[in-house]
Each structure stands twice: as C-alpha cells, then as structure tokens.
Design a protein around this ligand. Structure first.
Ligand SMILES: [Zn+2]
Length: 281
C-alpha cells in the first residue's frame, strides 16, 4: 500500500484557482505533529525550501474549526491576516488518503481547483505513494450529535455512534427532474475512495454564466445537466466529499470515528458545526 508517509518530504503542484482564474502554485512539505497548516506566500516561486520551513509559525493557518471565517459556498480559513479559500476538497483528499502533519504553501489565497472534485489531489498523492486509507475506525462516539440549521429546521446533520467503520450519507431533495430526492452513502469498509473523490462541484448554469464559470463547473439547467455526470447521483456524492473535508477541521480525520453521519440537505455551515462538536471530543 505504498511507502510509509515518513519517506515523503515535499511535493508541488500548479493548477488554476476558481477565484483568481490564475494558476495557483502549491508546495506541500511534511511537518512534525503540527497538523495540516496553510501558508500564503505570494512569491512562493522564488523562495527556496530551506527558507520556507523557517517562515514564522504565527503566519500559519491551521486547518481547524476555530479558524473558519466563512462557510458560504466554500469553506474559508483565516488567521486574521491571511485567508485561504476552497479548503474542503483538499482536506477531503487528505482524509481519504489519511494524510496529516503537512504544511501547504500557496502563492494565492485559495487552493488549486482542478475539475471541482478531489481528483487533482488524490492523483498527486497517488503519484507519490501517499495513499494509506484508514483501515478501521477506532474512536468511539459516546452519544449522538444532532444539529439543526437554526434558520431552516428541515436541514440537519447528525452523527450516530456505531460499532462499525465510518459512513457518511447525504440526503438531497431538489425540485429538478434529474435530481429530486436522492441519497448517497459512502462507507469506509465498502466503497473505494474514488467513489466520493471523483464527484465534482455543481452549480446552476445561470450562476455559472453570471460568474463566468460555464464549461468549467458542472451546470444544472432547468431540466438537465450541461455535461454527462460521472455517477447518476454525483451531486450527493460531492456533498459527501465536502462533508468529509469539512469534518477534518475537527483536527481528527473523521474516518477514524465509529459513526454514521447523516446530512439532510446540509452544507458547509452544518458540516462546520459538527466538526466543532467532534473537535471537543
Ligand atoms: Zn465542494
């Protein structure tokens, strides 16, 4: 199952960012038990690796619920000075690959976006033999956690304790002929990581056009999708991907919990509230 993580020193990738529409460069370097941290370094391309690791610790943005500055449309982290947008797909890839203790240096305030799934990252991790999926969830949950959206009570997220490996279910209900009511469950001991990781971000085509994202992000028209889907239930799979990424902001890989997470029409906001509860355990 690949080389042990200890052999990994650093890796690099460059790909277009959704917000800047420019190439965002990322350099990932292993750290020692410091969790997953982001550093915004605008002139990254000119900084040698030995200098990167000497960057002051207080400029780090730790991937932790305490640093969430926005959950609108994407999950943004901030240390008060720098921000980092679109953390969820990267963190989902880290959870699925069971990667921790890394410093991520970026030359912009966002992660590279790729195709809107976690593929960009998992392919990079695969290439470097870094994928070591959690084999067995071992952390027990003492009691059920139930969180309702204070403004829309039909939306909720809950974590139910089990004696089995992690599972996550997303329940969607969209008034759309190709979506409607659908639910997708990803289970650690049953499903390959690609089954969640391959699912792309989606948005209404009207919104994509307004934001100039048409042709990049899967668009939903009144009756259909703008591109063929990778799975009939790709939207709910993507919501599971977001959920796994956001829950890693508890600082503990969510795949380690013996729990069944169920999100009923939730999003980044409810995910972040559950991550907060998990971070207290
Ligand atoms: Zn997403």
């Amino acid at each position: 199952m690949g080389l042990p993580n200890a052999t990994f020193k650093s890796l690099e990738i460059s790909a277009k960012g959704l917000i800047s529409r420019a190439d965002v460069k990322a350099k990932i370097i292993k750290n020692t038990n410091k969790g997953i941290r982001f550093f915004v370094q605008r002139d990254l391309i000119n900084i040698p690796e030995q200098e990167l690791i000497n960057i002051p610790e207080d400029s780090a943005i730790l991937a932790h619920v305490n640093n969430i500055s926005s959950t609108q449309r994407n999950t943004v982290l901030s240390n008060g000075t720098d921000s980092i947008c679109l953390t969820e797909h990267f963190l989902a890839a880290c959870a699925l690959a069971n990667l921790n203790n890394i410093d991520v240096y970026l030359d912009n305030e966002e992660l590279p976006f790729g195709d809107g799934s976690a593929n960009l990252w998992l392919e990079l991790f695969k290439k470097h033999n870094l994928i070591q999926t959690v084999k067995e969830s071992q952390i027990k949950l003492k009691e059920e956690i139930y969180i309702e959206d204070p403004n829309q009570a039909h939306k909720y997220i809950k974590a139910v304790p089990t004696d089995a490996n992690f599972t996550a279910t997303y329940q969607m209900d969209w008034n759309h002929p190709k979506i409607g009511k659908q639910a997708y469950t990803w289970a650690l001991d049953k499903d390959a990581i690609d089954e969640a990781a391959n699912a792309r971000t989606f948005s209404t085509e009207a919104e994509n056009q307004m934001l100039g994202l048409s042709g990049w992000i899967v668009g939903i028209t009144e009756t259909d999708f703008t591109v063929p889907l990778r799975f009939p239930d790709e939207p709910s799979r993507h919501k599971v991907l977001d959920l796994i990424g956001d829950l890693y902001l508890s600082s503990i890989n969510p795949l380690n919990f013996q729990m069944q997470v169920i999100s009923n029409q939730g999003g980044h906001y409810l995910n972040s509230l559950l991550a907060r509860e998990l971070s207290k355990l």
